[in-house]
Ligand binder design. Structure first.
Ligand SMILES: NC(=O)c1ccc[n+]([C@@H]2O[C@H](COP(=O)([O-])OP(=O)(O)OC[C@H]3O[C@@H](n4cnc5c(N)ncnc54)[C@H](OP(=O)(O)O)[C@@H]3O)[C@@H](O)[C@H]2O)c1
Length: 292
């Protein structure tokens, strides 16, 4: 299967490249980084995708600095919405499939504490979430064969290039430096390893899964405080982790109070259980040398 990957040097893109390498001949991977294709340039998008030969386009690009995006809606919609619509149309015309990465932040507007299924209606609470939700919608209108993978709260060996690292590394660094961490305990999500998302993505392709929306997250849920506590305990760092409310830790953009995703559909489709986030965290900490 010929796969073209956009955003190959980001956190998830890096793990998709590693997963393809590990699987050998089943996938033939080409990449286009930002230096060769700025996806917010529609003309460049048409030229580069027109010239490339691929059966599947995997889009990991995103403008996802959530607070910054509140004041930069136009730039966010160019990358997260317009570019995705264009990709879908170009893939449709070429007979290729678009596999687009989206986010749990399409949810949050509804008051609930039960994991979101793919059939639940999006209700974003910030500009980033709105731009991603609209990207999903316009892509699926442009081409009915689009697959959307919603992921959440990612951690991977490369660290998010758009955010300058990831939460796990930040907790370890600040825990070591300061010995005390204050972390919000009223925001609950699905901590997810990019290594596991990459595995699910390749399994979906290998299974010839039908187009549509899939929630590709690790199993289980946690507040950011619970996630931070697990990181500090497992990495054996002598730091005190204290719960705070989001009112005590104000941010420019509102965050969903609850955005846990139900991964039942993807588990059923690829025919295997999805690891719990604590298992994914253990593997991550070992690989990064934080634990033996
Ligand atoms: N990180 C999270 O916690 C999280 C949570 C939920 C959903 N997601 C979604 O998961 C996906 C992958 O996230 P990630 O953590 O891997 O992010 P990342 O490390 O920031 O990777 C994003 C990639 O997009 C590229 N990019 C951004 N703007 C571009 C443009 N105009 N043209 C071409 N390339 C551009 C970046 O290139 P440069 O390296 O050159 O900047 C980077 O390689 C995104 O769709 C994101 O919305 C992430």
């Amino acid at each position: 299967m010929k796969v073209l990957l956009l955003g190959p040097n980001g956190q998830l893109g890096t793990d998709i490249r590693r997963a393809v390498d590990a699987r050998g001949a089943a996938f033939e991977l080409e990449t286009r980084g930002r230096e060769r294709l700025d996806v917010s340039d529609p003309e460049a998008l048409r030229t580069v995708l027109g010239e490339a030969a691929f059966e599947v386009l995997v889009n990991c690009t995103s403008y996802h600095k959530t607070d910054e995006v509140e004041k930069n809606a136009t730039a966010a919609f160019a990358v997260n919405t317009e570019a995705v619509k264009e990709m879908a149309a170009l893939c449709g015309a070429k007979g290729a499939r678009l596999l687009h990465i989206s986010t749990d932040y399409v949810f949050g507007g509804a008051k609930r504490a039960r994991p979101y299924a793919e059939t639940d209606p999006p209700a974003p609470v910030n500009v980033y979430g709105a731009s991603k939700a609209m990207g999903e919608t316009l892509a699926r209108l442009a081409d009915g064969g689009v697959t959307v993978l919603r992921v959440a709260s990612l951690f991977g060996v490369a660290g998010a290039s758009g955010k300058g690292g990831n939460f796990v590394e930040t907790m370890i660094r600040v825990g070591k430096e300061k010995g005390v961490l204050s972390v919000v305990d009223d925001t609950t999500m699905s901590p997810t390893a990019t290594a596991d998302v990459a595995g699910m993505l390749l399994d979906l392709l290998a299974a010839g899964a039908p187009p549509g929306v899939y929630h590709a997250v690790n199993s289980g849920e946690a507040s950011w405080y619970e996630f931070a506590s697990a990181i500090i305990a497992r990495a054996r760092i002598a730091a005190d982790v204290r719960p705070v409310t989001s009112d005590e830790y104000p941010t420019v953009a509102r965050r969903p109070a609850y955005s846990v995703l139900d991964n039942t559909k993807i588990a059923r489709t690829i025919g295997r259980p999805i690891p719990h986030w604590t298992d994914a965290l253990d593997r991550y900490l070992r690989e990064k040398g934080h634990t033996a």
